[in-house]
Design a protein around this ligand. Structure first.
Ligand code: SF4
Ligand code: SF4
Length: 449
């Protein structure tokens, strides 16, 4: 690894004093081709990347605020699209690929999220599990983004480093998450932004890490970890990202539907790459021709689909590739136009001192591998060990977390808490009243029935 020639702090100083040199990743490809990595490193401080594609593994956390009477929401629908709501009483997570009950795949979580960003009113329906503290059972309200306490986009997997190409050797059209695949290899579809794509510009994660400030949906966001299915050792790194929905722009967040597959969401992400050394300059100089990927046959419904060909993004972007000596027309699912707009928008924000870079608090792994499902072999049923005790009341010390909740309930003083918060019980004091039967959240206390 080359030693760092410059720090992010120095680059932020150059942003502040206006001397910073920012180029998009497409421009950097040219600069490195002309000047070499060393020359480019001395010329350029920041490279901006951009991607705008269907990113199914996305969604938004929302807090609705408490209703009157209060409710513990167990089921939640937004414009008839179900959100996951078993997270306390009025929090919910709306996934981008959740279809509507009434409109099916033509309207889903991604569309609701776009509508909220556009300032539209969204219908909230909720069912509650009636408890003493949350008596409300049913709720219907019209809400807007401004009415949500928090709306945090939190996407488990965005910005795939590159993506497999989809084709179809069968005799019928296939409807997939990669779009419509015509029979007999008549077309191929692909995703990813090629040389503009964030991770291909820093595949060793020398600069991208937890805490890296990014553009997410046109607003400020952060990398919060490596994404799910992160597989950089196979050339398929991913990012987990988060950002405030209230700062986003519907030009960079769009609901979408893949016919015969389901709803999804197009997400726009821009990641700045600080050119801290010649190594990073070299990576950021990558061109479409350098980025190879495989063409998979979706006619074989298996996770290990056969590879029909290996191609690069220059060929893909040309509109035609060769598969089994056949010319096959290609079309992208991602938008290069909007990806370019995002890279330019981020460049402008930095140049205008409206966006500063952050140092990652922890780099992302460049060695992870994503494995297929790995069921445990001979895993028998989970056995519940029930404690048999001849005492009226038994406190299982292995389960007890010493919270002390039980102490004041026992008027006989069986439960005592020491100065170091350790909870003990003195069985000899028990008068078998049973008051402690249903107190312990850890179910450490069992009382003879
Ligand atoms: S309530 Fe349960 S977990 Fe808490 S101190 Fe008592 S026995 Fe332990
Ligand atoms: S049964 Fe009653 S007396 Fe015994 S420990 Fe529980 S609360 Fe205390």
């Amino acid at each position: 690894m080359t030693t760092n020639e410059r720090t992010i702090q120095e680059i932020n100083e150059k942003i502040r004093d206006g001397s910073v040199c920012v180029v998009t990743a497409a421009q950097m490809t040219q600069i490195v081709a002309e000047m070499g990595p060393e020359g480019a490193m001395h010329e350029v401080d920041v490279v901006t990347t951009g991607t705008f594609g269907a990113m199914c593994s996305s969604g938004v956390w929302m807090n609705f605020g408490h209703a009157e009477p209060p409710m513990k929401m167990s089921k939640v629908w937004l414009n008839d699209v179900e959100a996951y709501s078993s997270v306390a009483s009025v929090d919910a997570y709306l996934g981008a690929t959740q279809p509507s009950r009434s409109r099916g795949i033509e309207y889903g979580g991604g569309h609701v999220i776009e509508d909220l960003i556009r300032g539209k009113t969204v219908n909230l329906q909720a069912e509650g599990t009636c408890t003493d503290c949350y008596p409300n059972r049913e709720l219907s309200a019209e809400i807007g983004l401004d009415g949500l306490n928090q709306a945090v986009m939190s996407n488990p997997r965005n910005c795939y480093e590159r993506y497999g190409v989809a084709a179809n050797s069968s005799t019928r059209s296939l409807y997939t998450y990669m779009g419509k695949l015509l029979p007999e290899l008549e077309n191929a579809t692909y995703s990813g932004a090629g040389e503009l794509s964030p991770i291909v510009n820093d595949p060793q994660f020398q600069t991208i890490g937890i805490g890296t400030r990014i553009l997410l949906g046109g607003g400020e966001g952060y990398v919060i970890g490596s994404g799910t299915q992160h597989n950089p050792s196979g050339g398929y790194g991913t990012l987990m990202v988060q950002g405030d929905l209230k700062k986003m722009n519907s030009s960079f967040i769009r609901g979408a539907t893949m016919t015969g597959y389901g709803p999804t969401m197009y997400v726009g992400v821009g990641v700045p790459i600080p050119i801290i050394n010649a190594d990073v300059a070299k990576s950021a100089g990558i061109s479409d021709a350098d980025i190879t990927t495989s063409v998979y046959d979706y006619a074989i419904p298996s996770r290990d689909r056969p590879v029909l060909a290996s191609v690069n993004y220059e060929e893909l972007k040309s509109g035609m590739i060769e598969v089994n000596r056949n010319e096959v027309r290609t079309s992208p699912l991602s938008s290069f136009k909007v990806a370019q707009e995002i890279a330019v928008y981020l460049k402008d924000l930095i140049t205008k001192k409206d966006f500063f870079l952050t140092e990652a608090v922890t780099p992302l792994s460049s060695k992870d591998i994503a494995y297929p499902l790995r069921p445990r072999k001979n895993a028998g049923p989970t056995t519940i060990v029930s404690v048999v005790s001849d005492q009226f009341m038994h406190r299982n010390a292995d389960l007890c977390i010493h919270c002390g909740l039980c102490v004041p309930y026992c008027k006989a003083g069986v439960f005592q808490q020491d100065s170091d918060w350790t909870v003990r019980d003195d069985q000899s004091l028990c008068v078998e009243c049973g008051e402690c039967r249903d107190i312990c959240p850890q179910r450490a206390i069992t009382v003879r029935s």
